[in-house]
Design a protein around this ligand. Structure first.
Ligand code: SF4
Ligand code: MG
Length: 338
């Protein structure tokens, strides 16, 4: 079966006054129907530009290499006109952002906003749409939903507003939801509730979700597959089990180390990540991670590793994980087979 979304050789350019930067530099991945895929990385990794590209947002600022493609159900989104793209956006593909206050209209009650979105997309009467809006508020776990229909966004807590955003996203029966840092502004308990809700929607309605986050912690219980991005490239890809039990890239290991102990492997202390993401105008010559990596060798500063399948199952772009005798990959594979 063909993937729902297939991103291939995505390469983006943004001209700046100091020169051209490449926020996404040769990224390929796919999302199957009903799958939750997490795209993880620090800010500046290129994960948000990837999601904007899929949604056809910021289209005027972002340029693409001619080999880039983003096929949604076989149709290349990068080749669509804005009018055609608008039909897909908020219809078949919906988006949820970090701050719902941004996307909700402060002067209209939430019931009306959801209902109007339904009217727009489904061509039904307002009254009928309002009934559907109420169903959706119940579905996303808004208590006392009937009364809440008349609430304004500012009357709701951050968690409730994010639920409303999810209801808005669901209003058009999307097949794919792109959730960009959907829980970052929320406290830990509410975060977990929102992630559970996304998981539940995926299980009940078979909606695929691209979950974009800087926090590997939110991924553990939510995603099926994980893509780790650094400086515009995917540096590791695997199932949630692969990534959490046997992380192979030093960057993935560093991200895991910054997650509370509950999630990380306990058998060994992992490295934390020193330093900062390099300036996109001055990327290192070889591996982009070389300036922060405690495993770096001369080879790493000369040649960039490519993403290859490791015998453990993960795809990884790291010389050490892939080649070195006694390197991370070999050590971890040996340890996990005992
Ligand atoms: Fe570190 Fe080298 Fe692997 Fe890059 S290729 S992550 S610098 S060991
Ligand atoms: Mg971002």
């Amino acid at each position: 079966e063909e993937p729902l979304l297939e991103v291939k050789d995505l390469e983006t350019f943004i001209p700046t006054s100091k020169g051209e930067i490449k926020p996404v530099n040769g990224v390929s991945f796919s999302i199957n129907k009903g799958e939750i895929v997490a795209l993880v990385g620090e800010s500046g990794s290129g994960k948000s530009v990837s999601s904007l590209s899929i949604m056809g947002l910021n289209a005027s600022a972002i340029q693409y290499s001619k080999d880039s493609s983003i096929a949604f159900k076989g149709k290349d989104l990068l080749k669509l006109k804005e009018k055609e793209m608008r039909k897909i956006r908020g219809n078949e593909v919906a988006m949820i952002f970090q701050d719902p206050m941004f996307s909700l209209n402060p002067v209209h009650p939430i019931g009306r906003q959801i209902a109007e979105s339904i009217v727009l997309h489904k061509k039904v009467k307002y009254k009928e749409a309002l009934v559907t809006a109420l169903d959706l508020l119940n579905k996303v776990g808004i208590p006392d939903a009937k009364r809440r229909l008349n609430d304004y966004p500012h009357q709701l807590s951050g968690g409730m507003r994010q639920r409303v955003m999810i209801a808005m996203a669901l209003a058009c029966d999307p097949q794919l939801i792109i959730a960009d840092e959907p829980t970052t502004a929320l406290d830990v308990t509410i975060q977990a509730q929102i992630l559970n809700l996304l998981r539940k929607l995926q299980q009940e309605s078979g909606i695929a979700i691209l979950l974009i986050t800087h926090d590997l912690g939110v991924v553990a219980e939510t995603a099926d597959r994980v893509l780790v991005m650094y400086c515009g490239k995917i540096v590791e890809e695997g199932t949630v089990e692969d990534i959490f039990e046997n992380p192979l890239h030093p960057y993935t290991r560093g991200l895991l180390a910054s997650v509370p102990a509950l999630y990380g492997p306990s058998k060994e202390k992992l490295d934390t990540i020193p330093g900062v993401v390099p300036n996109p105008l001055e990327l290192p010559k070889g591996c982009n991670f070389v300036t922060r990596c405690s495993y770096a060798t001369e080879k790493c500063s000369q040649n960039a590793p490519t993403l290859l399948e490791h015998p453990a199952g993960n795809m990884v772009a790291c010389w050490n994980a892939l080649e070195e005798e006694g390197g991370i990959g070999h050590y971890e594979t040996a340890a996990s087979s005992i």
